[in-house]
Ligand binder design. Structure first.
Ligand SMILES: [Zn+2]
Length: 372
C-alpha cells in the first residue's frame, strides 16, 4: 500500500516473439493489496479468479506474468469516509509532508481483517490458490502448483495489544506482519509520507510492540519493516532474531522518500541475511519525487543495482505493491512481470542472478524465518 493514490493499468504488447524469449522465471512478490480491492468491490473472490478489468493482479494476469507467490496484505482502511479521504493525496507533488493518519480501533480492525481473510479462504477454495503455510507450499507454487498467497498484515491493528488473538491468526495462516502502516497503533509509529525526508519521524516501539516482535520470532512469523519509522526500524533490528525484511521499499540514496531505506538501514538488512523487496511504486523511484507513471522500468533496475552493489545480490528481491500503488506503465500489471526479468538481463544480470532476484532470495529468507 503506497498510499491512497489511484492505480493505473494500460494494455501492453506481448513479449518477444516465440522462440526468442528465455524461459519465464517465476516470481515471489513481497507485497500486494488485491484483497483490499476485492473487499471494497464487494463481489467476493470471483473477480480475482476471472480477470479483473481494473487494478494489477488476478489469477489470469498472475499466470501470464509468472507471479507464482505473493504476500497478500490485510490492510484496514480508516473507519470513516472522511478519514479515508484525508489519507489520499491527489497528485503528491514534491515537496510534500503528509500528516500521519490517525489510529483505527482494534474492534473495527478485527472485523475488517476477518472479512478480508474470509476472501482469501474463498480464493483458496477454488483450488487455484493456496494459503501458504509452509515453504513446501511456496516451492510447489514455484514449480507450477497453485498460486501461493502468503497472508500478511500491513499494520498489526487487528491484533489485540495483549496478543491474545495472535495464535488464532497464525492458525488462519498469518505468516508475515508489519507492525505498522503509516500511522500509529498500539505497537509502534508508522512513518509519515514525506518527500524529501528521512524516516526519522516519531517514536519507536511500545512495550506491546517489543512483545509482538519476540512472539513473532517464536511463531516464525516474518516481520516486515516497510512503513516503520527509523527508531522502530533500529529497535526491531536489535530485538529480532530473524533476517530483517523490508517488503516494498527502495534506496533512499536514489529517491529521498521517507519510506525508502538509508544506506545504514540497507547495510543492517544485509548483515542480518535479510532482503529488500524493491517496489515498482512510481512515487518511490525517482530523485525528484512525484508519482510519474512514465518512469522507465530501468529506474527499478537502478534500485536493484544500488542495493545489490551495496549489500550483495543475495539480499534483493521485489515487492510490487500491485493494487496499492501506481506502477510504471512500461510494466503495466502482473502480466508484465517478465519484462522485469528482461530488464535485468538487459542490464547484464546472468540467468542465475535473475532467478535469485525473482524468487530465490525470498525463498531463502522464508525458509530461515518460518523454520518449517
Ligand atoms: Zn505499503
Amino acid at each position: 500500500m503506497g498510499g491512497r493514490g489511484g492505480t493505473q493499468v494500460l494494455a501492453r504488447e506481448p513479449l518477444a516473439s516465440a522462440g526468442m524469449a528465455p524461459e519465464p522465471v517465476p516470481f515471489i512478490d513481497g507485497h500486494n493489496d488485491v484483497l483490499l480491492a476485492l473487499h471494497l468491490a464487494g463481489d467476493g473472490a470471483a473477480p480475482f479468479l476471472a480477470r479483473r478489468s481494473e487494478g494489477h493482479l488476478d489469477l489470469e494476469r498472475a499466470r501470464e506474468g509468472g507471479f507464482a507467490v505473493g504476500f497478500f496484505a490485510v490492510f484496514v482502511l480508516p473507519e470513516t469516509e472522511e478519514e479515508r479521504a484525508a489519507t489520499r493525496i491527489p497528485d503528491r507533488k514534491p515537496p510534500y509532508a503528509q500528516p500521519l493518519a490517525g489510529p483505527v480501533p482494534t474492534k473495527y480492525a478485527l472485523r475488517e481483517a476477518g472479512a478480508i481473510i474470509d476472501l482469501l479462504d474463498e480464493l483458496a477454495a477454488s483450488g487455484d490458490v493456496c494459503v501458504a503455510r509452509s515453504t513446501a507450499d511456496v516451492e510447489s507454487a514455484l514449480a507450477g502448483g497453485p498460486l501461493a498467497a502468503i497472508l500478511h498484515f500491513e499494520g498489526a491493528e487487528p491484533i489485540e495489544p495483549g496478543l491474545e488473538n495472535l495464535a488464532g491468526f497464525y492458525e488462519r495462516g498469518l505468516r508475515s506482519l508489519g507492525l505498522v502502516w503509516s500511522r500509529p497503533n498500539a505497537f509502534a509509529d508508522g512513518v509519515a509520507f514525506r518527500f524529501p525526508s528521512s524516516s526519522d519521524i516519531g517514536a519507536g516501539l511500545t512495550d506491546a510492540g517489543r512483545h509482538l516482535v519476540s512472539e513473532c520470532n517464536g511463531f516464525g512469523i516474518l516481520l516486515d519493516l516497510a512503513h516503520l519509522n527509523e527508531r522502530g526500524f533500529w529497535e526491531v533490528a536489535a530485538l529480532s532474531e530473524a533476517p530483517l525484511v523490508a517488503s516494498h521499499s527502495n534506496a533512499h540514496a536514489l529517491s529521498p522518500n521517507s519510506r525508502n531505506l538509508t544506506d545504514a538501514q540497507l547495510d543492517e538488512i544485509g548483515h542480518s541475511g535479510g532482503i529488500v523487496g524493491i517496489t515498482y511504486h512510481a512515487g518511490m523511484l525517482t530523485e525528484v519525487g512525484g508519482v510519474d507513471p512514465d518512469v522507465p522500468l530501468a529506474r527499478v533496475i537502478d534500485h536493484v543495482d544500488y542495493v545489490a552493489t551495496r549489500i550483495g545480490i543475495d539480499h534483493v528481491g521485489f515487492g510490487s505493491d500491485f493494487d496499492g500503488a501506481t506502477v510504471p506503465t512500461e510494466l503495466g500489471d502482473a502480466s508484465g512481470l517478465q519484462r522485469v526479468a528482461e530488464a535485468l538481463r538487459n542490464r547484464g544480470y546472468a540467468e542465475g542472478d535473475v532467478a535469485k532476484l525473482a524468487h530465490g532470495n525470498w525463498l531463502r529468507v522464508l525458509k530461515q524465518t518460518w523454520n518449517d
